[in-house]
Design a binder for this molecule. Structure first.
Ligand SMILES: Nc1ncnc2c1ncn2[C@@H]1O[C@H](COP(=O)(O)OP(=O)(O)OP(=O)(O)O)[C@@H](O)[C@H]1O
Ligand SMILES: [Mg+2]
Length: 443
């Protein structure tokens, strides 16, 4: 490509030609990214599902750096989604870098942001070379867990740190609606509004664009179709498309259920091998997550049936999940996502569910190193005496077996304490936990 053409594209995306739209700030990610860039000297990879807000977060990080004094000419932002880029290969990367140096003349080691990098062939080689020669600090992003392709991924092993971006947390969601909660007073003042938003958060999920739009269902269905067609069928060259759709629908309408590939084989009439392969793809594109059973024995853990959770409860509802009948399951999914967000910021923690041979179950076990840090039971029907007793008995047993006192019951509305094994166990409504305590429980 001609130098001038390349420069025109770069000019469109960089703040040296004027400020760009960076949307609403997502400070949890930006703080973490800023720390990683300045603290580690590693290449930063930003991954996550389609439409979660990765590109916006990249631009916000660039803005934060310039607000902190990095000169605009020392930041280069490249968006490979721009259709004017013709051949996407590592030669283009070198050309872009040369044009940047010639036209903009950075005065210090630049920060280079490469957005939608998965489009560029053999990008890892170029990125590694730049990093090794200390020519730039590099931040890349793309929509897929296979951003680092199998063959070339090793080129960056030990040289990069990954951050996963999720759809909005409830706190972020409220900020997007113009509500900032910093104290209990804010909470009481805005309580009816918050409850209304919480209901929508559960029903329509929290993709940023969806949260801001009136056409929530249309957008969600669009995302669903794009994930299915572009991210799955086209990328993995899947021919059994009907089977894939059946499996996706099954997973999205059965979040929180225990599944084994052999039981699904019978239920859906798809071979266990195909289910296994497809499930891997669905995880790669961050549509679903598998949660394993806690065990002190790794082999047992690996063999255990999995629970499936979805990236967004709005997606579950858009493909036929019966919202009002299964609200407790969606609540569980929301707790799971809050824990995953925490894990993205603090990668040492591990998540499991717990189940014993008597079928007693605890929804979430949080482990940090060798230690079980917390147990969480999501109990939506706590007013039903039988359910309540069953859930508490399970929790009691798990507390003993895992030697963990730090335990929490998340409810729809009930607040207070339960005495279990001589300990006071707190009950907190989900919406409140999301705003105040999700960090503290595991921190
Ligand atoms: N911080 C934000 N403030 C306002 N709107 C946002 C924000 N983040 C995302 N959005 C909205 O969501 C849409 C998707 O965001 P973005 O393009 O950053 O996602 P992405 O993760 O890069 O998606 P893709 O994988 O498709 O590249 C944006 O077009 C915008 O409408
Ligand atoms: Mg993007």
């Amino acid at each position: 490509m001609d130098k001038r053409e390349i420069f025109n594209i770069l000019d469109r995306w960089n703040e040296w030609s004027g400020p760009k739209d960076i949307g609403l700030m997502r400070n949890t990610y930006i703080d973490r990214l800023e720390g990683l860039i300045n603290g580690t000297g590693h290449i930063i990879t930003i991954t996550g599902p389609r439409r979660a807000g990765k590109s916006y977060i990249m631009r916000q990080l660039a803005r934060r750096l310039s607000d902190k004094g990095v000169k605009k000419e020392n930041i280069l932002f490249v968006n490979f989604d721009d259709p004017r880029f013709l051949s996407l290969d590592s030669k283009l990367l070198s050309q872009i870098y040369d044009v940047y140096r010639e036209f903009i003349s950075p005065t210090d080691m630049p920060y280079i942001f490469l957005d939608e990098i998965q489009e560029v062939e053999e990008w890892e080689k170029w990125v590694r070379m730049m990093h090794e020669l200390k020519k730039a600090r590099i931040i890349v992003s793309g929509s897929n867990a296979h951003l680092l392709s199998r063959e070339l991924g090793t080129l960056l092993t030990g040289r990069h740190i990954d951050l996963t971006v999720f759809p909005l947390s409830f706190r972020e969601y409220l900020l997007f609606q113009g509500i900032e909660i910093t104290s209990g007073i804010d909470l009481e003042r805005n309580r009816p509004e918050i409850m209304g938003h919480f209901r929508r958060y559960m029903e329509h999920g929290s993709f940023p664009e969806v949260s801001l739009s009136d056409k929530k269902m249309e957008i969600l269905l669009g995302y669903f179709n794009d994930i299915l067609t572009k991210d799955l069928i086209n990328r993995f060259r899947i021919r059994k498309t009907q089977e894939l759709k059946a499996l996706v629908k099954y997973y999205l309408s059965n979040v929180g259920n225990l599944t084994t590939f052999s039981s699904l084989e019978r239920h859906l009439g798809i071979t266990a091998d195909t289910i296994d392969k497809f499930t891997g793809y669905l995880e790669d594109v961050y549509l679903i997550f598998q949660l394993k059973r806690f065990s002190f024995k790794v082999r047992e853990q690996e063999k255990s049936p999995r629970k499936i959770y979805a990236i967004d409860t709005g997606l579950c509802n858009s493909v036929g999940f019966r919202f009002s009948e299964n609200i407790g399951r969606l609540a569980e999914n929301i707790v799971f996502l809050a824990l995953k967000r925490r894990q993205a910021i603090d990668p040492r923690i591990e998540l499991y569910y717990w189940k014993d041979p008597q079928h007693r179950e605890v929804d979430f076990v949080i482990k940090d190193g060798l230690e079980v840090k917390a147990l969480i039971q999501v109990c939506w029907n706590i007013h039903n005496e039988r359910t309540r007793k069953r859930e508490l008995r399970s929790l009691q047993k798990a507390m003993k077996e895992l030697k963990c006192e730090n335990t929490l019951i998340i409810t729809e509305a009930a607040e207070g304490e339960e005495k279990l094994n001589g300990y006071n166990v707190k009950m907190v409504p989900l919406w409140k936990w999301l705003l105040f305590e999700d960090g503290m429980t595991v921190g």
